[in-house]
Design a protein around this ligand. Structure first.
Ligand SMILES: NC(=O)c1ccc[n+]([C@@H]2O[C@H](COP(=O)([O-])OP(=O)(O)OC[C@H]3O[C@@H](n4cnc5c(N)ncnc54)[C@H](O)[C@@H]3O)[C@@H](O)[C@H]2O)c1
Ligand SMILES: [Zn+2]
Length: 359
C-alpha cells in the first residue's frame, strides 16, 4: 500500500493506493470523524462490480449506507442529476457530517463531489475512483462540477475530498479501451514533469498493459504525487497548474468537433500530445529524437497519434480551440516541452504551425 499526501493546509488529505483496498473503506472512513450516514454515489457499470464490497465495508464499521446508482456516461454529469441526488440526500435526512462516497470514474467523482460541495453548503466526501483516469487525474486536485448544454464543466467548485482510496483491483473490470485512455494521462505526467517516469513507462509498458499490480501501483502513486505537487503549488489554477493541460488544447478541440463519444478523452489528448510535441520541436527546442520517443510510446500503448482532417474540419478545429475556456483575449496558448520532463506554459503558437503539426 502506498500513501500520497496532498498538502493543502487544513484541507490536507491522503490518497491511498493498493490492491484490494475496498474492504478497508469502512475502517478508513471511521478514522475520519464523519457522521453515521453516508451515500454511495455510483454508476450502472461500476456499482454492479464494486458497490457491494464498498457498502459491506461501510456497514461493518457502523455506517448507515444508502446507494444511488446513476446511468453511466458523460451525459449523467448534469444539474438535473445533481438535483436528483440532493433530493435523495434530503430524503435520507443527511446532516452536515453525513458524507458522500463517489464510487466510479471521473463522471461520478466530478458529479458526486459537486453534490457534496453544495449540499448544506458542503458535506464531507470520499473518492473511490474506479477508472485509471480517475485514479491518476480527476480524483486528485479538488475540481468538481458538471456540464451545461453550452459546454463541459461550466458549473463547479474547488472542493477537496477527505480521502481518496485507489483500489487497483477495481481496475480489473475496466474495459481495455478505457484503461488505455487513462494511460494517455499517465504518459503526460512523464512528459510534463518526470523524465524518469517516462523512461520507466517505455521499459515497463507491457507490465502496465497487463495491469501488473506492483508496477501499476507505483506508477499510479507517482502520477498522484505529481498532480498533488502541482496542485499544492497552484490550487486554483493561476499558473503552474496549466502544465497539466499539455496536449489538451488540441485534444479538447478534437473531442468537440468529432462529437463527444467518437474519441475518448484519453484518445483525443494522445493525438493532442503528439501534435504538441511536434510544435515543441519547432518552438521550444524539443529534440527530434524525443518527439519520436513520445509518438512511439503512445502508439505502443495502442492510442491514436494522428487525425485525418478535411480543410473544413481544420477550420472547425480552430474555432473550437478559440472557444476553449483556457483561451484568454482570443489568443491560443500552449504548453510546450523543452525536453521530456520539462515544459513551459503560456506559449504563443502561430496558426500555420498548428496546421502543420496536425498534418
Ligand atoms: N476533476 C478533474 O480534475 C477532472 C480531470 C480529468 C477529467 N475529469 C472528468 O472525468 C470524466 C472522465 O472520467 P472517466 O474517463 O473516468 O469516465 P467515466 O466516469 O465515464 O468512466 C468511463 C467508463 O468506465 C465505466 N467504469 C467506471 N469504473 C469501472 C470499473 N471499475 N469497471 C468497469 N467499468 C467501469 C464507466 O461507467 C464509464 O462507462 C470527464 O467528465 C472529465 O471531465 C475531471
Ligand atoms: Zn485530461
Amino acid at each position: 500500500m502506498r500513501i500520497v499526501k496532498v498538502p493543502l493546509a487544513d484541507r490536507t488529505y491522503s490518497i491511498v493506493i493498493g490492491p484490494d483496498l475496498l474492504s478497508s473503506l469502512g475502517k478508513k472512513c471511521a478514522e475520519l470523524n464523519l457522521g453515521k450516514r453516508c451515500a454511495i454515489i455510483s454508476d450502472a457499470n461500476a456499482a454492479p462490480h464494486h458497490g457491494k464490497a464498498a457498502a459491506q465495508s461501510l456497514v461493518a464499521n457502523g455506517f448507515e449506507v444508502s446507494t444511488i446508482v446513476l446511468p453511466a456516461g458523460e451525459t449523467t454529469k448534469n444539474l438535473s442529476v445533481v438535483q436528483r441526488c440532493y433530493n435523495e440526500l434530503a430524503k435520507q435526512r443527511f446532516e452536515r457530517k453525513s458524507f458522500v462516497v463517489a464510487l466510479g470514474g471521473g463522471v461520478i467523482g466530478d458529479l458526486a463531489g459537486f453534490v457534496a460541495a453544495t449540499y448544506l453548503r458542503g458535506i464531507p466526501f470520499v473518492q473511490v475512483p474506479t477508472t485509471l483516469l480517475a485514479q491518476v487525474d480527476s480524483s486528485v486536485g479538488g475540481k468538481v462540477g458538471v456540464n451545461l448544454k453550452a459546454g463541459k464543466n461550466l458549473v463547479g467548485a474547488f472542493y477537496q475530498p477527505k480521502l481518496v482510496l485507489c483500489d487497483l483491483a477495481t481496475l480489473d473490470t475496466l474495459p481495455p479501451r478505457e484503461f488505455k485512455a487513462g494511460l494517455a494521462e499517465v504518459i503526460k505526467y512523464g512528459i510534463i514533469y518526470d523524465a524518469f517516469l517516462f523512461k520507466r513507462l517505455e521499459r515497463d509498458l507491457d507490465k502496465v498493459l497487463a495491469r501488473d499490480p506492483k508496477v501499476l501501483g507505483s506508477v499510479i502513486a507517482r502520477c498522484c504525487e505529481i498532480k498533488a505537487d502541482v496542485v499544492g503549488q497552484d490550487e486554483t489554477e493561476s499558473g503552474l497548474r496549466a502544465i497539466l493541460n499539455f496536449g489538451h488544447t488540441i485534444g479538447h478541440a478534437i473531442e468537440n468537433i468529432s462529437g463527444y463519444g467518437k474519441y475518448l478523452h484519453g484518445e483525443a489528448i494522445s493525438i493532442g500530445q503528439v501534435a504538441a510535441a511536434k510544435l515543441s520541436r519547432q518552438l521550444t527546442g524539443l529534440s527530434e529524437r524525443e518527439v519520436s520517443r513520445i509518438e512511439a510510446l503512445f502508439a505502443r500503448t495502442g492510442l491514436p497519434t494522428k487525425i485525418r482532417l478535411t480543410p473544413a474540419q481544420h477550420k472547425k478545429l480552430f474555432d473550437a480551440m478559440k472557444l476553449d475556456k483556457k483561451v484568454s483575449a482570443g489568443e491560443i496558448k500552449f504548453v510546450l516541452a523543452e525536453k521530456i520532463g520539462t515544459v513551459k506554459w503560456g506559449q504563443k503558437v502561430p496558426e500555420d504551425l498548428i496546421h502543420q503539426a496536425l498534418d
